[in-house]
Design a protein around this ligand. Sequence first.
Ligand code: SAM
Ligand code: SF4
Length: 457
Amino acid sequence: MNFIDKDYIDKLLCEAKTVSDEKINEILNKADRFEGLSHSEVAALLSTEKKEHTERIFQIANKIKQHIYGNRLVLFAPIYVSDYCINKCAYCGFNCEHKYERKRLTMDELKEEVRILEKMGHKRLALEAGEDPENCPIEYILECLKTIYSMHEGNGEIRRVNVNIAATTVEEFKMLKQAGIGTYILFQETYHKPTYEKMHLAGPKKDYEYHLTAFDRAMQGGIDDVGGGVLFGLADPRFEVIGLMLHNEHLEENFGVGFHTISVPRIRKADGAISTAFPNAVDDEIFLKIVAVIRLAVPFTGMIISTRESMEMRKKLIHIGISQISAGSSVEVGGYAARERSEPQFRLADDRSAQDIIMWLMDEGFIPSFCTACYRSGRTGDRFMSLAKSGNIKNVCLPNALTTLLEFSEDYGSKEFKEKADRIIQQELSNIASEKVRALVTENLQKIRNGERDFFL
Ligand code: SAM
Ligand code: SF4
């Protein structure tokens, strides 16, 4: 099954070159009404190079971000559990040709990592592993999930573990679902099949169709919360964005729900990678435009960037659509306990500590949120989407952001942090429209100050 029709996308991109200004303005007006975009409209916006069009794209992206997500920003941390890998992805330092000492965390080592992450205040993790059925079978991943959820350091606890592991079978997806995973995340890397084949030289991931249909199997296994993404820099970014749209629609049509999130990683130099030159590498300006166009195209889908982006880029990206970022991350197996010990998978652009990043976010006018409520209240899949589309999601997100920020502040904040967080919480309380909800949140905030934890709507 291949629902990514290359010729169709090529044709759209070709036609997009001749779209009139009048048509572009029509498309922008549609986006401004939060109606999303069709494939040809996405292609047109990605292709226009006129300054006035680009400026309006950014302005609408900012408006959508504000209206749907407000100034909240959800935080998470990646946790690398194993770098054994039998694939030969040309861009990745974990590729099987790279000779170095591989590592898989023992449960004691994992506990140490989780302890550190909990002490940093994290509540949401993205578990990452290379693909190796012998050295890192599904049973190991399930054991990791069990261990992570069982850990409680002080008031700390991990409440949601998203999982970014190789495409697998319906049976194994069922096991992951039973183990309580949050989002199943998998990047297609590139939707452009000829490029995919050039970049994936050996191993199970080499099979484009098997990789592409992983979310179909995840849904069949009962996972209704999936996160897609591409690795920008491999093929024409405009092709990739339309690929993401087609994939999203395929899932909506067949399972009633598309991507919960879209990740937008950009290729970075990795030690031991096979390819080092990427002619399609995306510069900052184009990258910002891509993120903004995705925001216009699928207004209700969360968007994630990682530590791979610099502080300056993060700041800009957050304003035009990003709703989740990582903070204080390590991309090494066992990296939180010994950042310097093993080989980093790729170099990070933003290596500030979690608390520094959170403080900076507050200074920039954002509300850092450690919320994990949707998944824990069963608001996943189409239940989440209908709440998001009705505009009611912010009535729960803002309260949850404020209670989780106060938890963080009480448990881990310095004096300066506490003062700043208190000010923001006080200010934002008045933005909760419903009087009843405001009263409930005020009561819960007081309970948190008195030592109780884990209130969510
Ligand atoms: N092994 C699983 C997979 O490949 O889907 C999941 C873990 S893998 C480490 C997670 C992601 O890292 C990949 O999907 C890829 O997009 C990203 N990655 C690999 N090499 C990268 C690089 N040089 N720069 C940026 N991201 C990279
Ligand atoms: Fe292995 Fe994933 Fe890296 Fe490919 S991207 S080499 S599958 S860890």
